[in-house]
Design a protein around this ligand. Structure first.
Ligand code: COA
Length: 261
């Protein structure tokens, strides 16, 4: 695997992971998916990294989905590792203790849309196009699209998108809640994603991670278990130095300086 197909850079506590196959609309071949997981793991394990941005190289695409050239010779048995690899990546992103921002800088179709949905926050440029077009290939989403899409948008809307395979523009994605914000250009998107990342990098890391876990659990656990979990992790934050710092800073009318401890 050539590492250049995925780029990794850390600046001021923000790791930027860039899918780098612009000539192929950043299509996700198996080695790209595996390398993405390795880089997310690297970012998770690096104590200096507070926030991760995932984006695509160039001005056209975030990722145009799984690499369709890998589908040709596959059957139900041989394609399984491909789907499992994609699902593992998405689950890993969700399980991370750090916030992950998808900067959707163009086409995010199929697996591209699915990976963006596994991220915590989606910002898009106005040229972004999202969708789950797998039906047009005679298949269905396999990186978690049928599971995460109805959790982010209404079930009826998810069904319409998956059944029709239609592409939607950034404004429509914003309207249905699939992206949080739309920026006029890819350049503005870059700044917007970085501004958010820098802001989140100043927040108390342990509390952020626990908030992420609790919010993600809201999808999976029954209400009662969720609420108990929230109490447990709420209490945990009271044993952190950051809680002492945050409360003291408020009471003394000064800006908190969190140490993520
Ligand atoms: N897998 C493999 N290659 C892909 C790809 C994918 N998912 N998406 C785009 N490409 C490749 C094209 O084959 C083409 O390669 P080539 O220059 O060697 O012929 C190159 O990227 C440019 O794509 P092209 O189709 O010529 O550009 P376009 O502007 O006309 O259309 C898309 C762009 C993204 C709308 C179109 O390529 C597309 O629909 N891609 C597939 C999306 C999809 O179905 N994703 C789900 C996969 S499960």
């Amino acid at each position: 695997m050539s590492e250049q197909e995925v780029l990794y850079e850390v600046v001021d506590g923000v790791a930027t992971i860039t899918i780098n196959r612009p000539a192929k609309y950043n299509a996700l071949n198996s080695s790209v998916v595996t390398t993405l997981r390795e880089f997310f793991k690297k970012a998770e394990e690096n104590q200096t990294v507070r926030v991760i941005i995932l984006t695509g190289a160039g001005e056209k695409a975030f990722a145009a989905g799984a690499d369709i050239t890998e589908f040709q010779s596959k059957n139900s048995k041989t394609v399984r590792p491909l789907a499992e690899n994609g699902q593992m990546l998405c689950k890993y992103i969700e399980s991370m203790t750090k916030p992950v921002i998808a900067a959707v800088n163009g086409i995010a179709l199929g697996g591209g849309c699915e990976i963006a949905m596994a991220c915590d926050i989606r910002y898009a440029s106005s040229n972004a196009i999202l969708g789950q077009p797998e039906i047009n290939l005679g298949i269905i989403p396999g990186f978690g699209g049928t599971v995460r899409l109805p959790r982010l948008v209404r079930l009826g809307m998810a069904k319409e998108l998956v059944y029709s395979g239609d592409h939607i523009k950034a404004d429509e994605a914003f309207r249905i809640g699939l992206v949080n914000r739309v920026f006029q250009s890819v350049e503005e998107l870059k700044h917007g994603a970085l501004d958010l990342a820098m802001k989140l990098a100043t927040k108390p890391g342990i509390a952020l991670g626990l908030a992420k876990q609790s919010l993600n659990n809201a999808w999976e656990m029954p209400l009662k278990t969720n609420l108990e979990f929230e109490v447990d992790v709420f209490c945990k934050t009271f044993d952190t130095e950051d809680k002492d710092e945050g409360v003291d800073a408020f009471l003394n009318k000064r800006k908190a300086n969190f140490k993520h401890k």
